[in-house]
Write a protein that binds this ligand. Structure first.
Ligand code: BGC
Length: 830
């Protein structure tokens, strides 16, 4: 490695590992994944195959397949994102002129001789680098430098450049560059008993017109998606040519063997360029032809690197975040992975938000409610991507209508886990790895996912002013979700209120009442309050629609007389339970037993997954006041104190500040944070209540993936919700930023530990409005190309407010090309 590269390791744009550690290799593979929204490849070393320490994986967004497995005495069907043929393989061994040949290199076999092993991501230009130096058993030294990219400009291309340096010997280096189709979905130990062979009809070949190119073609077994990869391998060794180039096609592997002369001061560079297409792609005749043609026309590595880095530069201009220290470093890594999973290319695809990125196989690549933590961030940078992600839901609305009908209800019931066609993909059984038992999974009762979709539709409309979407697809989804809630609510004469029964809330530890013979809980406060919000928004939107649009929509959706009146009534009379002066997570929560938190911690250390711990001990978390993650407190994440106050007010409840604070404390003391979303939501809510606790929670959210705090889960895929959510925490959570009615509303709540940072948002036009927080100051800059001044409305101070919400604050305008610095009042929070 050159000295320039060494100095860059300390750069804030570099994410580096300084050694080889097989125990953390799978985690690093996930964190060093490269992707472009269309596909992603884990950061596995090119010479390894799947095994205990390594798991190469390549995933195309939305490429799913179903398989049937026999577990726990029954057949279960699962749909998975498919691990596609591995394009990385590039093995090498040395053949010195005056000694025995070396072995195929592997960092595991050669560990004793590894003199240097560094791996780093260059976040700015989107590349993964590796530099290693080793001495083999005969004392011969070889240096290897690698750079890898998954092209951000042309989403079907990837490339790997390897430079070999023989330090003290002459001879040849033999390189085996392959596409490996012997892959399966084996990335998650818990799924070991489930079928994983998704690919069939694997064929390989050599390009008819290019001696340096091989290809592999296959298809998924049931979804019948055809997949093709073409790999071109070329050697750049000055004027010297490889002594030999062989094409090796064997079984499910297509390879090229190059033997290249090498010696001290005569480094050899091998460039592998890969194209990937599937039959889901547009504007192609067939995936194999397309892949071959793409790779044939691809430039050399330097050319690709140039256009790739330029594409990244454009992305960073639309979405950078600048914060000091370790937090800033991690936030930039988060942004990097968010953009690799959901890039502008996503706008052209029919895909949703995969909870674990395109970085591994956990949760099978499924789409949950996590988009609730992702879209609000994207809205202010890549609204076209948000719209595509909402359109993924819209296209699956007919399935959601059928799912509601199947349980005898009106409207749309979106699935808790969604994949290719929008049917319910939540498994019926899941494995507790602690007890080895397969258990029923009732998380599909999390009907609140529909409210998350409605919320995203609404916020997208507000942030972008895209009435084209909001008044058409958006309105249709909102109405159908509202209908589901109106029809799910049952009037209870004794309470004089509507109730929604048999659901599961965001805290999925509670799936039913202790010893009950049916799953589900009644009156989940989060479900009910968000349902009331959806109903109120559906009313508002349908009232605002131009009359002809409304008539058209109502006729198309077969609206019955009295329906909107019912929405209004339910939105005002849904039941929200309280106990001991706090909002109850669900009816009866307050009567559950208290958990011996300290005792459990003393016995088990990490008790985040106390559902598994208790089940393994023959107990059940259903018996206790113990939550996995924020449930009631999610309300403080979605709504400002003012909005929440109004929502409860509409329902006829008085949620004063004291009640809310008691509620926050109550659940904070009873939450195990068994999801990475938990720290994030708590940080958000606590930022306006208690700084010290907020910072602690934020640190937990920041550590989620880089320190793999959920005990091994990051190796199976990053947590996209927590990653995007932490970015949004800076963008909206700590600034109170809201684009609404042509005004940028701000209500800052800076944390002392994170009081200086900046970002830009896309608002009204392409240009970035610059926002900078400094201790005691807020700075807003408007680019010169804006046509009109930007109006900012700053709430009066940032101390926690009463339920009535921000008092009238200061309004000001910033003209194009100008900026304003506003003093902020000191916080009295500690
Ligand atoms: C969380 C869910 C989340 C899912 C996927 C679970 O552990 O409890 O809220 O949607 O992971 O990220």
């Amino acid at each position: 490695m050159t000295s320039i590269e060494l100095s860059r390791l300390t750069d804030e744009w570099i994410w580096a590992y300084e050694d080889y550690d097989p125990r953390s290799e799978r985690l690093r593979e996930a964190l060093c994944t490269l992707g472009n929204g269309y596909f992603a490849t884990r950061g596995a070393a090119p010479e390894v195959t799947a095994g205990a320490a390594h798991y190469p994986g390549t995933y195309v967004a939305g490429c799913y397949n179903r398989l049937t497995s026999h577990v726990a005495g029954r057949d279960v069907e699962n749909e998975d994102i498919v691990n596609l043929p591995n394009w990385l393989p590039l093995r090498f061994r040395i053949h010195p002129d005056d000694g025995p040949p070396g072995r195929w290199f592997s960092p595991d076999r050669e560990r004793d001789g590894l003199l240097l092993y560094r791996q780093w991501l260059d976040l700015r230009q989107g590349t993964l680098h590796r530099a290693l130096r080793f001495r083999d058993a005969h004392g011969r030294h070889l240096g290897v430098e690698q750079t890898r990219l998954v092209h951000m400009g042309d989403p079907h291309l990837a490339a790997l450049r390897t430079t070999f340096t023989a330090e003290d010997w002459h001879g040849t280096v033999e390189v085996d560059s392959a596409i490996d189709g012997t892959v399966a979905n084996n990335g998650v130990a818990r799924y070991r008993d489930l079928a994983g062979a998704h690919l069939t009809k694997v064929r390989t070949g050599a390009a008819p017109d290019a001696a340096d190119t091989v290809w592999l073609h296959c298809r998924t077994t049931r979804s019948a998606i055809h997949v093709a990869l073409a790999a071109r391998t070329r050697c750049r060794a000055g004027r010297r040519k490889p002594e030999q180039v062989l094409t090796k096609l064997a079984g499910r592997r297509a390879a090229q063997r190059l033997t290249v002369p090498i010696g001290p001061k005569k480094p050899v560079t091998v460039e592998k360029t890969v194209a990937l297409h599937t039959s889901r792609d547009r504007a192609i005749s067939g995936p194999l032809e397309a892949a071959l043609e793409r790779v044939r026309h691809a430039g050399d590595f330097n050319t690709l690197l140039g256009s790739h880095a330029a594409a990244w530069e454009r992305l960073w201009r639309r979405a950078d975040v600048e914060a000091p220290g370790e937090a800033g470093h991690i936030l930039r890594l988060h942004l990097f992975h968010v953009l690799q999973t959901l890039s502008p290319h996503t706008a052209d695809l029919d895909v949703g938000v995969p909870a674990r990125g395109l970085h591994g196989e956990a949760y099978r690549g499924h789409v949950f409610w996590d988009e609730l933590f992702v879209l609000p961030y994207l809205n202010l940078h890549f609204p076209e991507v948000s719209r595509a992600l909402l359109t993924y839901r819209y296209r699956r609305l007919p399935q959601a209508l059928r799912a509601a009908r199947a349980i005898g209800r009106d409207g749309a019931r979106f699935p808790w886990q969604s994949g290719s066609d929008g049917r319910e993909e939540t498994p019926e059984v899941h494995l507790n790895p602690r007890s080895g038992r397969w258990l029923p999974d009732h998380s599909r009762l999390q009907h609140h996912v529909g409210s998350a979709i409605a919320y995203n539709v609404w916020r997208y409309g507000q942030a972008t002013g895209d009435t084209g979407f909001l008044h058409a697809e958006g309105a249709e989804m909102l109405v159908q979700i509202a209908r589901f809630w109106a029809d799910s609510a049952v009037f209870d004469d004794d309470l004089g209120r509507y109730r929604i029964k048999q659901v599961v809330g965001p805290d999925e530890y509670h799936e039913g009442y202790p010893d009950a013979d049916r799953p589900g809980l009644d009156d989940n406060a989060y479900t009910n309050v968000t349902a009331a919000w959806v109903l109120a928004r559906a009313l508002e939107l349908t009232r605002e629609l131009p009359a002809s649009r409304r008539d058209d929509l109502f006729a198309r959706l077969d609206m019955r007389p009295g329906e909107t009146e019912l929405w209004d009534e339910v939105s005002r009379r849904l039941y929200v339970p309280f106990h001991r002066g706090v909002v109850s997570q669900f009816a009866g929560y307050g009567e559950l037993a208290e958990l011996d938190w300290e005792g459990l911690r003393a016995r088990h250390g990490d008790i985040r997954r106390l559902d598994r711990i208790l089940e393994a001990e023959g107990d059940s978390v259903n018996r206790y006041q113990a939550s996995k993650q924020a449930d009631v407190l999610m309300l403080g994440y979605l709504f400002t104190p003012a909005e929440l106050g109004r929502l409860f007010g509409r329902l006829g409840y008085d949620l004063d500040e004291a009640t809310w604070r008691r509620t926050v404390d109550y659940y904070l003391a009873r939450t195990s944070h068994g999801s990475t979303l938990s720290g994030l939501v708590h940080a958000w809510v606590l930022a306006r209540a208690r700084h010290r606790d907020a910072w602690e929670q934020l640190q937990e959210a920041l550590a989620s993936d880089v320190a793999d705090i959920q005990g091994g889960t990051t190796a199976e895929g990053i947590h996209l919700g927590a990653m995007a959510g932490t970015l949004d925490l800076l963008q909206r959570g700590l600034t109170g930023l809201e684009a609404r009615d042509g005004v940028l509303w701000m209500d800052p709540a800076p944390l002392p530990e994170l009081s200086e940072y900046g970002f830009s948002v896309r608002y009204r036009s392409d240009g970035g409005i610059q926002v900078r927080m400094k201790p005691g100051q807020l700075w807003v800059g408007v680019p010169p190309w804006e046509e009109e001044p930007v109006r900012v409305q700053l709430a009066d101070g940032y101390v926690a407010r009463d339920g009535a919400g921000p008092r009238d604050g200061v309004g000001f305008e910033v003209a194009p090309g100008e900026n304003r610095l506003m003093p902020l009042r000191e916080s009295t929070l500690s």
